[in-house]
Design a protein around this ligand. Structure first.
Ligand SMILES: [Fe+2]
Length: 169
């Protein structure tokens, strides 16, 4: 499946170079994680809780919620919001692996959490450092730095989606 079909929001990134790089990161992570023949919509977005929510739905929801917040604020860079939203969890494709038909934590994932792995991917494809920062700082790693406004938005939208799922009975 094409990245644009998985994530239609990617077409709303105005900067074509940034758009292509976001796509390239996803394509690379799919290959590196060995997910080419697996429906990505069957990967849970987290292994921390029992959930039916998949990584693609979560990623799109976080991105779209963040875009809505950004529109209301009117003073943040929309391209960074979309790119950061779409990439914040891309390294879960490396943090997780398929074992006996089940999605489990990989050896890589036991050593390198997805905010770090994702920031490394952003660097590898020469995305602006702000995107690496949004990815690196979207979870608890971000408590050790000062988040840029776009990173504050992605962080909170990510946790809205996570906490709603976590609170389900
Ligand atoms: Fe997330």
């Amino acid at each position: 499946m094409k990245i644009e079909e998985l994530f239609p929001e990617i077409n709303e990134i105005e900067d074509s170079e940034l758009r292509e790089k976001v796509k390239a990161v996803w394509e690379y992570a799919i290959k590196k994680g060995g997910w080419e023949n697996f429906d990505l919509r069957k990967i849970p977005f987290t292994l921390l809780i029992e959930t039916k929510r998949d990584l693609i739905t979560h990623t799109r929801t976080v991105t779209r919620m963040a875009m809505a917040v950004a529109r209301e604020r009117g003073d943040v860079r929309m391209d960074y919001i979309i790119a950061g939203g779409l990439l914040h969890d891309v390294a879960k494709l490396l943090e997780f692996e398929l074992k006996d038909g089940k999605v489990v934590k990989s050896e890589y994932g036991k050593r390198i959490r997805h905010p770090v792995g994702g920031a490394m991917l952003a660097e590898k494809f020469e995305l602006p450092y702000e995107i690496a920062h949004i990815i690196a700082a979207h979870s608890k790693e971000g408590e050790f730095v000062t988040r840029i406004p776009e990173a504050v938005i992605i962080h909170h939208c990510d946790f809205i989606d996570f906490h709603i799922e976590k609170g389900r009975l």
